[in-house]
Write a protein that binds this ligand. Structure first.
Ligand code: A3P
Length: 353
C-alpha cells in the first residue's frame, strides 16, 4: 500500500518536471522565433546588437532573454529583496551594504563572507543568472533559486516595467532598493570598463560614440533617464515597497542612508547597535577603500553568463563623485545636463552632483 502511494507520488513529480521542461522549451521557441526578429535593433555597448523592447534597450542573448524567462518561470517570495540599478551606478556597493545590513547578527565583521566571497558572489544577478551555465542548464538554474534560504537577495538591472508582474504586484510583498547616479559619471564609468572588457572582435567604440549613443538613450537597459524615472515614480507611489537612493547621497552621508536602508529592510539599528558603532562598521566594511583592496575583488573573473565574463577588479575603479570632469568636454556635460533637465522636469527628481 505504502509503496504504491510512493510510486504515484514519484509519477506525479515526474509529470510535473516534464510539464516544466516543455514549458521552458515553449518559452525559448517563442522568444527565438516570434519576438526577437520583430524588435528594433541598434549597435550594442557590450554586444554587437541590442534590441528595444517596451521602450528599453536589452541584449537579445542575455537581459532580454532573462526578462522573458523570469516572467514565465520566476516564483517570488514575500521576503525577497531586489537591488535595482542601472549599470555603473554603484551596484557592487549596494549589494555589499544590503548583505551586511541584513546579515549583521549572523557574522563577525572580522570574519565576514564579504571578505572572502565578494559582493557579486553573495547576490545572484537575476537577469543572467539562469543562463550562467548556458541555455541547456537554465531550467535547473531557475529551480535552484527556489532552494535559497529567505530572505533571498537578488540584483537586477532590468527596468521596473520589465520585471515579472508577479514580483512588482503589491501583493508580492517583495521589496526593492534602487540606486541611481549622476548620468555623466555613469557614462564615463561604463565607457572606461568597456574600453578594457569589450570584445576585440567588435568595432572600436570611442568616447564620442558612447556619448552619442547614451544621449539618444541607446544604452544597455536604457534610456538611462527612463530607467531611473520608472523606479523614482514607483517609489513615490509605494514608499514601503521601493527605497530610492542616490550614489552621491550615500557618499556624502553614509550614516543617514545606511540607517534608512536598515529601516526600510525591516531591520532598524537598535540604540545599543548605534552606541556600539555597528553602522560605522558596516560602512567601513563596504567602503570602496576596503572592498577594492581585498584579494577576492582584485583577482579572477566574474562570470555572469557565457558571454559576460569580466575582471572582478573592473567593479572597482575610483569610486568618486564627479570624475566625469576628467573625461567629458564642457559641451558634452551641458548636453547631458540639458537632457536630464528635460527628462526629469516635473518629476521632483534631481541627480546628485
Ligand atoms: P567608477 O568607475 O566611477 O569608479 P557598478 O557596481 O554598478 O558596476 O558600479 C561601479 C562603480 O561603482 C564604479 O565607479 C566603482 O568604482 C564604484 N564602486 C564600486 N564599489 C564601490 C564602493 N564600495 N563605494 C563607492 N563606489 C564604489
Amino acid at each position: 500500500m505504502g509503496s504504491s502511494l510512493e510510486k504515484k507520488k514519484e509519477m506525479r513529480k515526474q509529470d510535473h518536471e516534464n510539464e516544466e521542461s516543455i514549458s521552458f522549451q515553449k518559452t525559448y521557441e517563442k522568444y527565438m522565433r516570434d519576438i526577437i526578429p520583430t524588435l528594433p535593433k541598434e549597435r550594442g555597448w557590450w554586444f554587437e546588437t541590442i534590441v528595444q523592447f517596451n521602450g528599453f534597450w536589452l541584449s537579445p542573448t542575455n537581459s532580454f532573454k532573462g526578462a522573458i524567462f523570469l516572467h514565465h518561470h520566476f516564483r517570488p517570495r514575500p521576503t525577497d529583496i531586489f537591488a535595482c540599478t542601472s549599470m555603473k551606478t554603484g551596484t557592487t556597493w549596494l549589494k555589499a551594504l544590503i548583505f551586511a545590513t541584513i546579515n549583521r547578527t549572523n557574522f563577525e565583521f572580522s570574519n565576514h563572507p564579504l571578505l572572502t566571497t565578494g559582493p557579486h558572489g553573495l547576490f545572484p544577478f537575476l537577469d543572467t543568472y539562469i543562463f550562467r551555465n548556458g541555455d541547456d542548464d537554465c531550467q535547473d538554474s531557475i529551480s535552484s533559486l527556489d532552494t535559497l534560504p529567505s530572505p533571498r537577495l537578488f540584483t537586477t538591472h532590468l527596468p521596473y516595467s520589465s520585471l515579472p508582474d508577479s514580483v512588482t504586484a503589491s501583493s508580492s510583498g517583495c521589496r526593492f532598493v534602487c540606486l541611481c547616479r549622476n548620468p555623466k559619471d555613469v557614462l564615463v564609468s561604463m565607457w572606461l570598463v568597456l574600453k578594457k572588457s569589450r570584445s576585440k572582435e567588435l568595432p572600436s567604440f570611442s568616447l564620442d560614440d558612447a556619448f552619442e549613443s547614451f544621449c539618444r538613450g541607446v544604452f544597455q537597459y536604457g534610456p538611462y533617464w527612463d530607467h531611473v524615472l520608472e523606479y523614482w515614480k514607483e517609489s513615490l507611489e509605494s514608499p514601503n515597497k521601493i527605497l530610492f537612493l542616490k550614489y552621491e547621497d550615500l557618499k556624502n552621508e553614509p550614516l543617514v542612508y545606511v540607517k534608512r536602508l536598515a529601516d526600510f529592510l525591516g531591520k532598524p539599528f537598535s540604540a545599543e547597535e548605534e552606541t556600539n558603532g555597528v553602522v560605522e562598521e558596516i560602512i567601513r566594511l563596504c567602503s570602496f577603500e576596503n572592498l577594492s583592496n581585498l584579494e577576492v575583488n582584485k583577482d579572477g573573473m566574474e562570470k555572469f553568463s557565457p558571454e559576460i565574463i569580466v575582471n572582478k577588479s573592473s567593479f572597482f575603479r575610483k569610486g568618486q563623485v564627479g570624475d566625469w570632469k576628467n573625461y567629458l568636454t564642457e559641451e558634452m556635460a551641458k548636453c547631458i545636463d540639458q537632457i536630464s533637465d528635460d527628462k526629469l522636469y516635473g518629476s521632483g527628481l534631481t541627480f546628485g552632483t
